[in-house]
Design a protein around this ligand. Structure first.
Ligand SMILES: C[S@@+](CC[C@H](N)C(=O)[O-])C[C@H]1O[C@@H](n2cnc3c(N)ncnc32)[C@H](O)[C@@H]1O
Length: 267
């Protein structure tokens, strides 16, 4: 999937702002480039507020990518976060960046699959996940696992992709091939699935219009900055990301894909 190729491109951006690979970093040096979801750290600020995260909170971040959301939360709130990421190259980069930010005592990076990683007796106050769960086909196993990983009254918060209509076989095949979209329920189904697993839904918001606008603007900006992006990265990286942005933008603007922000409590 093109978003996950060349993840080390972040070092090209850091070089552009005068940082060498050996320099220590601040979280704010990275936030323009390490958030692989929509609306960057504004989305994370909303979660921090809604979840009431503070320095005592113990959090699990599922599908942590190169660690952007986890580092931002740790830095802003003092919370301790376990960040699990399936892909080794992303996870290695995440650990490296977290170390450079001096946050290794707050953010623990694990390379693993949420469905089969053994957390032993570890339990969390909050499970968060941005733009990850649609990659996982078996939501029965996923929701059961997340429920069991939470402390009593623990909170689950996710932003995830949904379908806005019943998708045909061609669309589903294309979505699987291009963005590894494996689980795309309708908005209402998404909510009822979560309720079935013993969660009480506290809040849900349809993000479809907002993400449609965001992905459209992202394409326009990337096109405007094309020459700059080729200079900072290279043609291959720019074409690969451009193709990813265009595909996602097409499916949001044609009304086939949408999104949900949801918060639920373990009862
Ligand atoms: C779009 S990225 C989002 C990264 C991060 N949440 C963010 O917002 O910056 C989704 C990530 O989920 C990871 N992922 C997918 N399936 C997973 C699984 N079963 N267990 C752990 N991580 C998974 C992918 O490798 C990818 O890095």
């Amino acid at each position: 999937m093109n978003l996950y190729n060349n993840v080390e491109r972040i070092f090209n951006e850091l070089k552009e702002i005068g940082k060498s690979t050996s320099d220590s970093l601040q979280v704010k040096d990275l936030t323009q480039f390490d958030q692989f979801h929509y609306h960057g750290t504004d989305a994370i600020d909303i979660s921090i507020k809604k979840l009431g995260i503070n320095s005592k909170t113990r959090i699990l971040d599922v599908g942590s990518g190169i660690g952007g959301p986890a580092r931002y939360i740790a830095d802003k709130t003092g919370a301790k976060i376990t960040a699990i990421e399936l892909q080794a190259d992303q996870n290695d980069l995440a650990s490296n960046l977290t170390k450079k930010c001096g946050l290794s005592n707050q953010v623990s990076h694990i390379c693993g699959d949420i469905l089969n990683y053994n957390f032993q007796n570890q339990r969390f106050d909050i499970v968060v996940s941005w733009l990850t769960l649609y990659h996982i086909s078996d939501h029965q196993a996923l929701l059961k696992k997340l429920y069991n990983l939470l402390n009593p009254n623990g909170l689950f918060f996710t932003e995830d992709i949904t379908s806005r209509i019943i998708l045909n076989k061609h669309d589903l095949g294309e979505i699987e091939k291009e963005i590894f979209g494996m689980h795309l329920p309708l908005y209402d189904q998404y909510i009822s699935n979560i309720e079935k697993f013993g969660f009480k839904v506290i809040f849900a918001e349809d993000m479809s219009e907002s993400w449609s606008a965001f992905t459209k603007q992202r394409i326009a900006q990337y096109n405007t900055d094309k020459d700059r992006n080729i200079r900072v990265h290279n043609k291959e990286i720019v074409e690969s990301l451009s193709s990813f942005y265009n595909f996602v933008g097409k499916y949001f603007s044609n009304g086939k894909l949408g999104g949900i922000r949801i918060m639920a409590k373990k009862i």
